[in-house]
Design a protein around this ligand. Structure first.
Ligand SMILES: *[C@@H]1O[C@H](CO)[C@@H](O)[C@H](O)[C@H]1NC(C)=O
Ligand SMILES: *[C@@H]1O[C@H](CO)[C@@H](O)[C@H](O)[C@H]1NC(C)=O
Ligand SMILES: *[C@@H]1O[C@H](CO)[C@@H](O)[C@H](O)[C@H]1NC(C)=O
Length: 596
């Protein structure tokens, strides 16, 4: 949404202003009105900009007229200096301080921002400052080509799921994020885990090749470990691993740790194979290059998710004493640890550029192999998500249960812990379909994806995700509430999961996914315009099923609706999708449906 209306139009005003070269109007107004702007700043709020506001009762949509009136001539602007203060009575509800000049009245933008929920900021281009007004804050992604289920998922290469505030940490047992969205203890949330997987899959396809540095591979003597008495290390062949590994053993005391000193910057994705016996640990010491403050990241044999003591952050690897592959974003691990202590999250944010790894420590008894520091390991992180879905599916129902209670809104019954979400199921199927494709046909992924279809056939009143609108349209519920809520974006995400599977599954195994997808598309075509509110979209259909006011979509959800329709338009030749998307894009620039 870059092209905002230019404040100066053609026609009458042209002899005073060259549209492209001269300082934009708001800028000039600001210069002429510094005193007044300051007045508003102190009395009204944080925006220092005034904007023109017509008092002549013109139709808001009739902007052409407004642009051509020549109101912006220098003469008139000069007169602004003599403008008077005037009270503005806003719908009889508020009185605010404004300015009057002739028949024109100027309102502070800080007021308009709050009153109309429009956005504005000062920006400088080519040395010229101007004020940019925008009606919404989200962006639309125009697909570059036909959607391919083997490729990038939507625009998820832009997502950084694990850094979100509502992610408590990335579990070192599972390698996937832990959500705190609806329960502060933290829980595995299938939708979020899938988004983590899909974002890493998409980043793998869009980002540059990673830099990798192997620190220890058990073969050659790459690393010079310092081994204090009575500790030992040896590089020996390990039968289960099928390769040489580094075995280590230290004395009982933590002071006796085996140490590798280093000066490593920039690439903080660590991966290794590791096996630890009880009470052993693997630690990374990071230092802030400016403050010289030290942070210790410990990976320990424990079921604790994350715990923190001073500058020591502990992640539990579980109690299972078998080889495991660990991929850690050390910056995320450190930051989650610091946030865990400190509720004022911004306070202790340390930029990656300020950190370096200074030591790696081994304590207790165990072995490591393939210790690597890289700029990214997206495919490994993707597979951590895919494996989670294979391991944690309910074999009977095919669902990935959501282990927390959820209340969508008053009027809806609570969803009890263990509920399924069509969005969670669909996203999981998108992950698993890609894993099946990427792994060259590992059937575990295909089987899990196919089993994941089961809840789509079970009514939401009976523990599934299927709702029916007006006894006619089948709908897959992101939140299978009573009564049904018909959340739009979650439904379309579930359709993408179905499309991914029907495209990637071998012939003969794609039928159920295809059937569910076709049914869903019929419903979407039939129901799409119920969500069109004429200047925004609605997030769900609670206004119909609960008989309450519509739940209007925030701009980011509105943009998601558009992005989803644009994407569906690339796989289904359905003019309704493209036309509706265009109209909804217009809403983001303040356009409205015509009225009588
Ligand atoms: C993407 O994954 C492939 C393996 O499928 C790997 O060879 C490549 O280096 C990865 N690229 C990025 C940017 O992660
Ligand atoms: C280390 O990587 C090599 C090559 O990928 C692999 O064969 C070996 O099994 C890995 N080590 C462990 C302990 O898994
Ligand atoms: C860990 O250390 C504690 C205290 O030294 C000891 O009681 C416990 O048995 C140890 N656990 C394992 C699994 O070695």
């Amino acid at each position: 949404m870059s092209s905002l209306p230019k404040p100066i139009g053609s026609g009458a005003s042209q002899k005073f202003f060259h549209v492209t070269k001269d300082p934009p109007l708001f800028f000039i107004m600001m210069r002429l009105n510094v005193k007044v702007a300051l007045l508003f700043l102190t009395t009204i709020g944080f925006f220092t900009v005034l904007i023109l506001w017509s008092v002549c009762g013109k139709e808001p949509n009739n902007l052409q007229d407004w642009r051509r009136t020549g109101k912006f001539s220098l003469d008139r602007l000069a007169e602004l200096q003599s403008a008077e203060e005037i009270d503005c009575d806003i719908n009889g509800e508020y009185v605010i301080g404004c300015r009057k000049e002739g028949d024109e009245v100027y309102l502070p933008f800080s007021f308009l921002h709050k009153y109309f929920e429009v956005y504005g900021k000062l920006a400088t281009y080519d040395g010229l400052e101007r004020f940019e007004w925008s009606h919404s804050y989200s962006r639309v992604y125009h697909p570059k080509g036909k959607y391919d289920p083997r490729g990038v998922f939507m625009y998820f290469e832009n997502y950084n799921v694990e850094v979100r505030d509502r992610v408590k940490c990335v579990s070192a047992v599972e390698g996937v994020p832990i959500s705190t969205q609806w329960e502060s203890q933290g829980y595995y949330y299938p939708t979020q885990i899938a988004q983590f997987g899909l974002s890493h899959y998409s980043k793998n396809l869009t980002e540059p090749e990673p830099r990798r540095k192997i620190i220890e591979d058990g073969e050659r003597e790459l690393a010079k470990w310092g081994v204090p008495h009575p500790g030992t290390i040896e590089r020996v062949y390990d039968k289960t691993a099928g390769s040489k590994v580094l075995k280590f053993k230290t004395g009982e005391l933590y002071l006796d740790a085996i140490k590798l000193k280093m000066e490593h910057v920039l690439d903080f994705i660590m991966s290794l194979n590791i096996v630890l016996s009880g009470n052993s640990s693997f630690s990374i010491v990071l230092q802030n290059r400016e403050t010289r403050e030290i942070y210790n990241l410990h990976y320990i044999t424990s079921d604790v998710l994350i715990t923190v003591q001073d500058n020591n952050v502990y992640h539990g690897l579980g109690m299972n004493q078998e080889w495991k592959k660990l991929t850690r974003d050390l910056i995320v691990d450190l930051q989650k640890g610091l946030n865990y202590l400190d509720k004022d999250k911004s306070k202790r944010k340390i930029p990656k550029s300020k950190l370096k790894i200074i030591t790696i420590l081994l304590r207790g008894y165990g072995a490591i192999d393939n210790l690597t520091l890289s700029s990214s390991e997206h495919i490994q992180q993707f597979y951590d998500a895919a494996e989670w879905f294979v391991r944690h599916q309910d074999t009977e129902t095919g669902g990935w249960p959501i282990p927390v209670k959820r209340k969508l809104a008053s009027g809806f019954h609570d969803l009890q812990s263990g509920w399924y979400s069509a969005m969670g199921q669909g996203h999981a199927i998108s992950v698993l379909s890609r894993a099946y494709h990427h792994s060259g046909g590992d059937v575990r992924y295909l089987q899990a994806a196919l089993a994941g279809l089961k809840p789509f056939q079970v009514p939401s009143t009976k523990g599934g995700v299927l709702a029916t609108f007006l006894n006619k349209y089948h709908w897959y519920e992101e939140y299978p509430t009573k009564p049904a809520s018909f959340v739009l974006n979650g439904f379309i995400y579930s359709l993408l999961g179905l499309y991914d599977l029907m495209t990637i599954a071998p012939p003969g195994q794609a039928d159920e996914a295809e059937f569910l997808f076709r049914e869903g598309m019929i419903s979407l075509k039939g129901m799409l315009l119920f969500y069109d509110m004429g200047s925004v979209t609605s997030y769900d259909l609670r206004h119909v099923t609960l008989g309450v006011a519509p739940n209007l979509a925030r701009w980011d959800y509105h943009a998601t609706h558009i992005n989803q329709l644009l994407l569906l338009s690339t796989i289904e030749n359905e003019p309704l999708f493209a036309q509706t998307a265009e109209r909804w894009i217009g809403y983001m620039a303040g356009k409205r449906a015509a009225h009588n």
